[in-house]
Design a protein around this ligand. Structure first.
Ligand code: ZN
Length: 294
C-alpha cells in the first residue's frame, strides 16, 4: 500500500502550466522519514512509459520494504539490485499472457511467429543494451584515470563504441564534439554499471520468482520463461519482499541467495529467457548466410 504522501508529492505528468521547468528524465526519491517516497516523471500512454513507470515504482517499493532498517542500510543490496526490481516486474507485466489477461491481446496461445517477434523486441531492449551500458562506464572510468586529455574524450568514446558495440557515428566527429554528454547519466554524474548488473540479474530474479510462482518449468517447452506471469502470486511477492527488506544490511550475495538460492550473479536466467530466439537466430543466420560479427 502506498502512503498518501506518495500521491500528494509525486509528479507523474508534465506540468500543464507551461511555466514549471522540469527535468523529465524519470526518477524515484526516498525522503528517509519512513513515509515520504516519490517518483517524478512525465508519463505518456506508451509501451515505453509503461515499462519505465514500473521501473520507478520498483525503486519506491524497495524504499518501502527497507524503511525500518537503520538509515545506513536503506539502500539496495547493491545498486544493480535497486535498478532490477521494477524491471523484473515489468518482464512479467509485458509478457504475452499478461497482455492477454488485460485485454490488450485477443489470445495468447503459443504461436512461434508471435513469440519469436516478442522475444526479438525484448532482446533489442535488453541484450543490445548490455554492451552500451559497459561502454558508458568503461569510458567514464578511463576519463577518471587522467590517462587521456579532454581533446580525446570524444574519440575515445567512439573507439569504445566501435570495439564494444560494433557501431560507428553517422557523421564525422570533431575534437570539439562531446557525444557522451548527450547521455543523461553522464551529464548528471549517475554511475552506469548498475544498469549492466541490473540487466543480468533481473532475469535471474525473474527466473527465481517464476519458479516460485509455478509459472515456469525448465523441462516443459509449453511453460517457457518468457511466458511467465507472476500476477497474483503471493509466494512470489513474499520472496521479493523478504529480499528487499534486507536493504544493504547484509552483503549482496546473501540477499541474492535469499531470493534465488545462489550467491553469484549468473547469466542463466537471461539465457533461458531468450533460448527460443537464440535457437531461431542460429538457424536463420545459417539459412540466410548473413555475415555475423562484422
Ligand atoms: Zn532506476
Amino acid at each position: 500500500m502506498l502512503p498518501d504522501k506518495f500521491w500528494r508529492n509525486s509528479i507523474v505528468e508534465r506540468p500543464k502550466d507551461n511555466k514549471t521547468e522540469l527535468v523529465c528524465h524519470g526518477s524515484a526519491w526516498d525522503m528517509y522519514d519512513g513515509n515520504d517516497f516519490r517518483i517524478k516523471m512525465c508519463t505518456e500512454v506508451t509501451y515505453d512509459d509503461l515499462v519505465i513507470v514500473h521501473h520507478e515504482m520498483g525503486h519506491v517499493y524497495y524504499y518501502i520494504q527497507y524503511k525500518d532498517q537503520p538509515v545506513v542500510f536503506r539502500e539496495g543490496a547493491n545498486p544493480g539490485f535497486h535498478e532490477a526490481i521494477g524491471d523484473t516486474i515489468a518482464l512479467s507485466v509485458s509478457s504475452l499472457p499478461h497482455a492477454c489477461g488485460l485485454g490488450l491481446l485477443e489470445n495468447s496461445e503459443y504461436e512461434e511467429k508471435m513469440d519469436i517477434n516478442y522475444l526479438y523486441m525484448i532482446a533489442l531492449q535488453k541484450v543490445a543494451f548490455l554492451p552500451f551500458a559497459y561502454c558508458v562506464d568503461k569510458w567514464r572510468w578511463t576519463i577518471f584515470t587522467d590517462e587521456v586529455t579532454p581533446d580525446t574524450y570524444n574519440s575515445l568514446w567512439w573507439k569504445f563504441r566501435a570495439e564494444i558495440q560494433g557501431i560507428e557515428p553517422p557523421t564525422n566527429r570533431e575534437k570539439t564534439d562531446f557525444d557522451p554528454g548527450s547521455k543523461y547519466h553522464v551529464a548528471a554524474n549517475v554511475p552506469y554499471i548498475r544498469y549492466f548488473v541490473s540487466f543480468i540479474i533481473q532475469f535471474q530474479f525473474y527466473e527465481a520468482v517464476c519458479l516460485i510462482a509455478g509459472q515456469y518449468d525448465p523441462n516443459d517447452d509449453k511453460r517457457p520463461l518468457h511466458r511467465c506471469d507472476i500476477y497474483d502470486s503471493k509466494e512470489a511477492g513474499i520472496a521479493m519482499r523478504q529480499m528487499m527488506q534486507l536493504g544493504s544490511s547484509v552483503p549482496w550475495p546473501e540477499a541474492m541467495e535469499r531470493l534465488t538460492g545462489h550467491r553469484e550473479m549468473k547469466t542463466g536466467g537471461l539465457m533461458s529467457y531468450f533460448r527460443p530466439l537464440y535457437i531461431w537466430l542460429k538457424d536463420e543466420n545459417k539459412r540466410s548466410k548473413e555475415p555475423v560479427g562484422f
